[in-house]
Design a protein around this ligand. Structure first.
Ligand code: ADP
Ligand code: TRP
Length: 327
């Protein structure tokens, strides 16, 4: 059976990169046959969060975001990672078959250290806990953005090591990455990969003046509108590509390329982008507000999801305990 699973770390408000790289696929995939599990990676958020209230709020924000954007609890199980403590038990079993070398090769860890982050042991072993998340439910498909691909490949290695030593206990999953580059790696307002930790993101539900300010931060240059430009050199177009129908997008590119009196200035592109963001996320923004006023509804979904997920994880952990000689 197909088991689709993914998670998002609850370390802040979710941005356009999270939507186009991950959440949009998650919401679309729930229509396909099979089991669907999505979770809020709050244990993972603890590798960098030090504020208890903020950790709780961020977890709720991820739940609100998923539900507002159309995740349907009747089709998909939504739960908090920490409601399934079994993943920590499984992570230990997996850690004992994982080489230091495998973890030392993790790009995400190396990038964070290179950016000056002082690593804790949790950050170093992050991929092992992520492997436990994936393997606990027998996941077959893991839809994530490009930056998480290596983590899913490490999960494959770890599952194979465990199975090689103890017999076929764990299902080896496949990553599913958006095939189009502009979705797999959404740029931030500075043109680098959009990320919560780089301060270059645009929140999915931003509105009004704050949305305008966010769009105004997208880097432009001083070339005048009439100067013909290579569309790939205009960051605003990379944003518009995410929102506009292909034919309309092609027309904007053509006008930018041609230059002259009819060419749009950066101000025009910004206005069109704001309109497109409003139209895409307006209805979801209203649903988020409704959910904010009904916290019990959100809690109920998470509690039911947690109970369902936990039973599955327990069965996997028990099987692995028996296989490795702990029972
Ligand atoms: P962040 O880098 O902001 O901390 P996460 O690592 O929590 O984001 O990512 C959550 C999900 O969103 C993952 O599946 C990830 O691949 C996807 N994602 C994050 N940033 C981007 C981006 N800029 N473009 C495409 N997908 C992204
Ligand atoms: N590392 C993912 C992120 O940064 C979150 C995550 C944790 C995850 N466990 C996972 C994603 C398991 C997919 C599958 O958002």
């Amino acid at each position: 059976m197909t088991v689709v699973l993914s998670g998002i770390q609850s370390s802040g408000r979710l941005h356009l990169g999270n939507y186009f790289g991950a959440i949009r696929q998650h919401v679309a995939l729930q229509q396909e046959p099979g089991e669907h599990l999505y979770f809020i990676a709050d244990y993972h958020a603890l590798t960098s969060s030090r504020d208890p209230a903020e950790l709780r709020d961020n977890a709720r924000e991820v739940a609100l975001t998923y539900l507002a954007l159309g995740l349907d609890p009747a089709r998909a199980t939504l739960f908090r990672q920490s409601d399934v403590p079994e993943v920590c038990e499984l992570a230990w079993l997996l850690a004992c078959v994982t080489s230091m070398g495998l973890l030392e090769r993790a790009h995400s860890y190396k990038d964070k250290v290179a950016k000056g982050l002082k690593p804790n042991v949790g950050l170093f072993t992050y991929p092992v806990l992520m492997a436990a998340d994936i393997l606990a439910y027998g996941s077959t498909v893991v839809p994530v953005g490009k930056d998480q691909q290596q983590h899913v490949e490490m999960t494959q290695d770890i599952a194979q090591s465990f199975n090689h030593l103890y017999g076929p206990c764990l299902t080896v999953p496949q990553p599913r990455i958006p095939s189009e580059e502009h979705l797999a790696k959404v740029p931030g307002v500075d043109g680098e990969k959009m990320s919560k930790s780089y301060g270059n993101s645009i929140w999915i539900f931003e509105e009004g003046k704050l949305l305008k300010n966010a769009v105004n931060r997208i880097t432009t240059d001083s070339r005048p509108p009439e100067e013909p430009k290579d569309p790939s050199s205009v960051l605003l177009l990379r944003f518009l590509e995410l929102f506009l129908p292909a034919d309309e997008f092609a027309q904007w590119c053509e006008r930018v390329r041609a230059g002259g009196a009819g060419a749009p200035g950066y101000g025009h592109l910004k206005l069109r982008l704001i309109e497109a963001i409003e139209a895409t996320f307006g209805p979801a923004r209203a649903r988020r507000k409704h959910l904010l006023e009904n916290p019990a509804e959100v809690e109920r979904v998470l509690a039911e999801g947690g109970t369902h997920a936990r039973a599955q994880a327990r069965a996997t952990v028990d099987r692995c305990y028996r296989a490795c000689g702990l029972r």
